[in-house]
Design a protein around this ligand. Structure first.
Ligand code: NDP
Ligand SMILES: N[C@@H](CC=O)C(=O)O
Length: 450
């Protein structure tokens, strides 16, 4: 065992950083045994140095993160500040000054991963970021290392704990959206600005990282199609239930059949209750990986929160420290080639469309014609009259398109399609909006996982 301790600079001591510092202290002997050298917390950079931080030697705390990473004796920098700047400059400076880096910062990796990897390679240092995707779940290293000899074609998962928590609460306990969000924030799942969670930015960043590692390419967050959960209503959730489905925010990354391009998208979707992702509750995450030789793999576990995320950070810290002790580095990024990211219009899937229509003869025929003109095949149609008082269904159409319309006034028409390109669906919706008899498009949701 080497006796000189490896020195670690911790940048950020919030939800995640506090737990990283605690585990480094309480598990110091175990970490030393696994690494082959003791590790020492050499400094902790925060924004508010006067705040009392339980369990942390006050003499280690500084507000000058730059000076800490430039000290010259730091072996590993753990960045758990978040955001783009100053995190990006601090990580690059760490490489320049000879340190390896562990980061949980998905926003930065999805925005500028290429440049960070290039800087790590230039200075011969490690950049590890297991905690950036799906909290405690080992996913980055299995994709980057264990599956490096296979060909991954699809990654589909729930990668944001906050939104899964909110949708789960809305579904199972009938909680309101705001109430569920407040609870997720109090539990430390949500980002500093929860807009990143509920508008899908956090999941989109994770999708960009996953697509990059899975397909050995580079995908930036701006290339990921993104829709959040703010428009998901109790009616959508009830409608999903009627179809034997539940609503989840999914991240889906796919390699095209010809292998020449990829797609990456994040949006709410209905999935059948029989699908394993349907039973992923609260802030848990789960990711399906489909690889040519391995088949289907599922990764499941806590996707957010201080302690689970710190577990992933500590795993990376051990790996980077081991590499330093062994005078080596982890897998580099030079084998990556850039595949184009296809637009959302090329994605083929099924849709659940809820329309408010005039409840009179001929409406269903008009609506069906629009779908046919756009070459979008209808699977099922369900009509619910607004005049029935109780809200009971008054007409159920069979698969494939028979017609039954009656009464007058307004009705709600729910159309579920067969698989069709997203561009064709957009064209259909645009044409539907122009029909006099269509009073509004209440919701559009993709149906996945069948
Ligand atoms: N929370 C979670 O469940 C997960 C978080 N992550 C990622 O981990 C990272 C950290 O998240 P989290 O711990 O929740 O964030 P917090 O907001 O709880 O903590 C951020 C920390 O960074 C410090 N900080 C902010 N700006 C600066 C600065 N300019 N210089 C020095 N320190 C600064 C803050 O200081 P101060 O304490 O003084 O305010 C605080 O200690 C993010 O990238 C996040 O996306 C990843 C997976 C899960
Ligand atoms: N806000 C994120 C935290 C982990 O990445 C989430 O809710 O999943």
């Amino acid at each position: 065992m080497r006796t000189r301790p490896l020195k670690v600079a911790l940048l950020g001591c919030g939800v995640v950083g506090t737990e990283v510092a605690r585990i480094m202290t309480t598990h110091a002997d175990d970490l030393a045994a696994r690494i082959g050298a003791p590790v020492e917390l050499a400094g902790v950079a925060v924004r508010r140095p006067s705040k009392v931080r339980e369990g942390i030697d006050p003499s280690l705390i500084t507000s000058d993160a730059t000076a800490l990473v430039k000290r010259g004796d730091i072996d590993v920098v753990v960045e758990v500040i978040g955001g783009i700047e100053p995190a990006r400059t601090l990580i690059t400076t760490a490489f320049e000054h000879g340190a390896g880096v562990v980061s949980a910062n998905k926003a930065l990796l999805a925005e500028d991963g290429s440049a960070l990897h290039a800087a790590a390679e230039k200075y011969g240092r490690d950049l590890y970021y297991e905690a950036a995707v799906a909290g405690a779940i080992p996913l980055v290293r299995p994709l980057r290392e264990s599956l490096a000899g296979d060909k991954v074609n699809r990654v589909l998962g729930i990668v944001n704990g906050t939104t899964n928590f909110i949708l789960d609460k809305m579904d199972t306990s009938g909680a309101g959206y705001s109430e569920a969000l407040d609870e997720a924030t109090a539990l430390g799942y949500a980002e500093a600005d929860p807009t990143a969670d509920v508008e899908g930015f956090d999941a989109a960043a994770k999708a960009a990282i996953l697509a990059g590692i899975a397909f050995h390419t580079r995908v930036k967050i701006g290339e990921v199609h993104r829709e959040g959960i703010t428009e998901v209503t109790a009616a959508d959730i009830a409608s999903a239930r009627r179809m034997g489905c539940t609503v989840k925010l999914l991240a889906i990354c796919e390699r095209a059949a010809d292998g020449r391009s990829v797609t990456a998208r994040v949006h709410p979707a209905m999935i059948p209750l029989s699908h394993p992702l349907a039973s992923v509750r609260e802030a848990y995450n789960a990711v399906f990986v489909e690889a040519e030789a391995a088949g289907q793999l599922m990764f499941y576990g806590p996707g957010a929160g201080g302690s689970p995320t710190a577990s992933a950070v500590l795993g990376d810290l051990v790996a980077v420290c081991r590499n330093i002790v062994g005078a080596t580095t982890g897998p580099g990024e030079s084998a990556y080639t850039r595949l184009p990211v296809s637009p959302m219009g090329d994605v083929v899937t099924r849709y659940h469309i809820s329309l408010d229509v005039a409840d009179k003869p001929g409406v269903l025929a008009q609506v069906a014609t629009v779908f046919a003109e756009q070459d979008v095949s209808i699977d099922t149609v369900r009509q619910q009259s607004r005049n029935s008082g109780s809200g009971d269904e008054v007409g159920i159409e069979q698969s494939g398109g028979g017609r039954r319309v009656g009464g007058s006034g307004e009705a709600s028409l729910v159309v579920v399609t067969h698989r069709a390109p997203d561009a064709a669906l957009s064209g259909t919706v645009e044409a539907l909006r122009k029909l006099d008899t269509v009073r509004g498009v209440a919701s559009i949701m993709r149906v996945e996982g069948e």
